[in-house]
Design a protein around this ligand. Structure first.
Ligand code: ADA
Length: 560
């Protein structure tokens, strides 16, 4: 299962082997192994620090028209079917697919060359304060499709006087050389099964798709008397789309969403008209020896441990997350700030010729694939990039414009570290800053926050909600000291206490997202050789063992 619910009843999936073959291409002698898919190559001990290309392949019998989908390959993929090259994809955190047309039924080889090394070709995966893992790190899907198939379906819930409205868009692709007419049936139900209660069903409508192209079918469902999606009571609904050709069902897709509306009212964010206070954690997709291919049970354990502190929010720093994790957040009412891939790029790095195209791709994949998740309340981008320069602003302006064109229903933000010279705050709906008093500088937190807030009121961010998107301190798990010096667990707990009390006690702030939930691996070459080559600001370590700070955060999040 590549989602936490059933997405098809008609479209058939071909089960691919869970164990593929692997061979390194940049090591002599080559390392030849079996490897589970999905997983990170770094989980293989000999490859724990490998940077370069690996070939990963499998053999399977199939034929007909198929859709081959990769949920994520780290970080650059070249894909072939038998000897035929299918194409290339950049970016470990975005889903990509290939249509395989008129394939003869036989044994075929699906082969992926994955490259996790850094080069001028890679503008987003660079040496950084998190790790770019290699391999087929997210699920692979092989599905049989008709000559017209459903690429995606987006549902936008709209709150009206007389109830809720669902604005629906369904993108269909015609893989033949002739225009094709299909009938589209839409049904809103309360489960993903056949026996769900139908809340509303629309009569099938005929729709024409041009030869070899795509077309978007739009529809509205009005006056829906449904239960709203609230974090405390996350009620989910299912939209089933069924395609008919000459009255024969040829494809279907079930999408899941919730009836909730996010609005900004002056300096507050409203969830279905009620103010929301954010208490959250930044969470990297990184778990001890499994790297970014976090096992499902570990995802759930992270949500449990985060919820136990009284937190209500997770920021997917600094890239779109695996879809099953977002599904779990939807089901458990965890608010999600999801962001396109980028961290800490200088103006020079943003001038890499590949930067804008790779950033635009990350945004397009993120919103196209994750549009329906009700837990996602804001789209983020370009964490701590050059939002203080004119060239940087031109990039922020272009990419924020792309986000708004793809989704007008959610606010937009970016986490800034340009504390007194940011020139992009007019572009966002929520002003977010990463502050580190008590870690990178020993400043009283309350004073610092007031001082920075007053400066924001002199900029294009004046009067907007202010979210502290990062604040925290480091500690080495197990290092205890009554002297409370930096890197001790006692120091981290003490710093977080002052930080949380100051931020949650500062009325204009809409909340705080702590840096960070768990320690994570970083590039050894990066930033003063972080101890253990990890970012140690987690309140739990890479094995999710709690530090003193965990209990302190739990005490404060429940009390404030
Ligand atoms: C920045 C950055 C984070 C992390 C943090 C830190 O705010 O956004 O990714 O590097 O600093 O630990 O210093």
């Amino acid at each position: 299962m590549e989602r936490m619910f059933q997405t098809h009843h008609i479209r058939k999936k071909i089960e691919l082997p869970l164990r593929w073959n692997l061979s390194t291409l940049n090591r002599t002698p080559a390392v030849e192994k079996y490897i589970p898919v999905p997983s990170c190559i770094e989980t293989i001990p000999e490859l724990n620090r490998y940077k370069g290309e690996v070939k990963i392949w499998t053999e399977k019998e199939f034929g007909g028209n198929l859709l081959l989908t990769f949920k994520g390959v780290g970080h650059t993929a070249d894909v072939s079917l038998d000897e035929r090259y299918l194409g290339n994809h950049y970016g470990a955190y975005g889903e990509f697919s290939f249509v395989l047309k008129d394939i003869n039924y036989d044994k075929h080889v699906i082969s992926v060359t994955a490259d996790n090394s850094f080069s001028e070709e890679s503008a987003l995966h660079v040496e950084n304060d998190y790790y770019s893992y290699g391999g087929i790190t997210r699920p692979v899907l092989l599905e049989q499709i008709g000559e017209v198939y459903i690429k995606w379906a987006h549902i936008t819930p709209v709150r009206e006087e007389e109830g809720w409205r669902a604005d629906i868009e369904v993108c269909l692709e015609n893989i033949t050389a002739q225009a094709k007419k299909v009938s589209v049936l839409l049904a809103l139900t309360d489960t993903d099964g056949e026996l769900g209660e139908t809340v509303k069903s629309l009569p099938p409508e005929e729709f024409l798709i041009p030869a070899g192209g795509t077309a978007v079918y739009t529809e509205q469902m009005k006056n829906l008397h449904v239960q709203p999606y609230e974090p405390e009571k996350p009620v989910l609904y299912y939209l089933r789309t069924v395609l008919y050709e000459n009255e024969v069902p040829t494809d279907d897709l079930t999408e899941r969403f919730g009836f909730r509306e996010i609005t900004i009212d002056k300096n507050r964010m409203l969830w279905n008209g009620k103010e929301v206070k954010i208490k959250g954690f930044n969470r990297h997709e990184d778990y001890a020896e499994f790297g970014s291919a976090v096992p499902l049970a570990a995802m759930q354990r992270d949500i449990e441990l985060i919820r136990e502190t009284g937190a209500n929010c997770i920021r997917t720093c600094h890239y779109p997350n695996e879809e099953r994790f977002l599904d779990m957040c939807d089901e458990q009412g965890i608010l999600v700030w999801e962001e396109a891939h980028a961290r800490g790029l200088s103006e020079e790095q943003m001038k890499n010729p590949r930067f804008l195209e790779q950033s635009a791709l990350s945004i397009d994949e993120m919103i196209t694939c994750h549009y329906n998740h009700p837990s996602i309340f804001v789209w983020g981008l370009l964490n701590e990039c050059a939002s203080h320069t004119e060239y940087g602003r031109s990039c922020y302006e272009k990419l924020i414009g792309q986000i708004r064109a793809l989704d007008g229903s959610r606010p937009v933000t970016f986490a800034s570290c340009r504390f007194d010279d940011d020139i992009c705050l007019d572009l966002v709906d929520i002003v977010s800053f990463n502050y580190y008093p008590k870690w990178y500088h020993d400043t009283p937190v309350g004073e610092y926050l007031k001082d920075r807030y007053d400066w924001i009121q002199t900029t294009g961010g004046a009067g907007k909600p202010l979210l502290v998107s990062e604040i925290g301190a480091g500690a080495i798990y197990g290092y205890r000291s009554e002297l409370k010096e930096q890197w001790s667990e006692e120091y981290q707990a003490q710093a977080l206490e002052e930080q949380i009390e100051a931020v949650l006690g500062f009325a204009p702030c809409m909340g705080v997202i702590l840096w960070q939930y768990a320690d994570c691996r970083v590039d050894e070459s990066w930033f003063q050789k972080r101890p253990k080559s990890q970012n140690n600001k987690g309140v739990v370590d890479i094995y999710r063992r709690k530090k003193l700070a965990y209990e302190k955060v739990k005490e404060l999040f429940h009390a404030l």
